[in-house]
Design a protein around this ligand. Sequence first.
Ligand code: B1M
Length: 213
Amino acid sequence: MAILQEISENLQKGYAPKVTELVKQALNNKLDPLQILNDGLINGMNIVGVKFRNNEIYVPEVLIAARAMYAGLNILRPILTQTGATYVGRVVIGTVKGDIHDIGKNLVKMMMEGAGFEVIDLGVDVSPEKFVDAVKNYKPDILGMSALLTTTMLNMKDTIEALKSENLRDKVVVMVGGAAVTESYAVEIGANGYARDSVSAVERAKELVLNYK
Ligand code: B1M
């Protein structure tokens, strides 16, 4: 669809006001918000990722594209979170230590809130100790960790080990995700669940809460 292509292209160029305008227009045209998210915004960000990897663009351009991504997300957020869903459970979420990528984590948070989860967001660069403290304080059903770097995903394992040391591992369900993470890595480190995107993250979180409650 032409407008989704336009959203993707303007996001890649970092034109935040244009992305805002086009997302509003797409909603007015009655396009599905999830289609706008996936085929417009995320599509654009994925292309940014490929160009970044190939050294065609650098950190400043990626940051500007990220700002445009957030401009679009700000328009979609109220629609994606207002579903009238009933309370499902409590989630503590954060991006692991050493990692400042937060777009995906924020999307997962947004979709979970829309599905009826109460989400406590610890932000980015969250140490194992901070995750452990949050489990003690908030007693969540699920602890969610996001990692985008192959170097930082190792901190997911450290967090699980820290939970074990504090005798908290069987008190909380651990769910992991992020571009660097795979299902097999999740199994290897002893997480309870993995999801590759925000929609499947919600489905998986619901299953986990049902199975472990
Ligand atoms: Co970074 N970066 N970055 N970056 N960056 C990647 C991740 C990279 C793959 C780019 C590349 O080379 N192609 C690469 C990592 C390579 C690797 O380790 N394998 C990389 C690198 C190298 C770096 C730096 C080291 C670059 C440098 O400084 N030399 C640096 C590291 C900084 C740090 O964290 N310490 C860096 C910095 C940055 C910016 C700050 C410029 C910016 C982040 C801005 C921000 O987040 N506010 C940035 C960005 C934007 C990216 C790319 C281009 C896009 C990430 C993104 O937002 N995607 C990324 C390339 C890529 O991933 N293709 C890249 C869109 C988002 C919706 O997807 O985050 O995957 P994603 O989230 C998805 C799923 O993964 C899943 O659901 C989400 C929604 O569908 N998901 C979960 C996420 N968390 C989940 C948790 C769950 C379940 C599902 O359960 C709890």
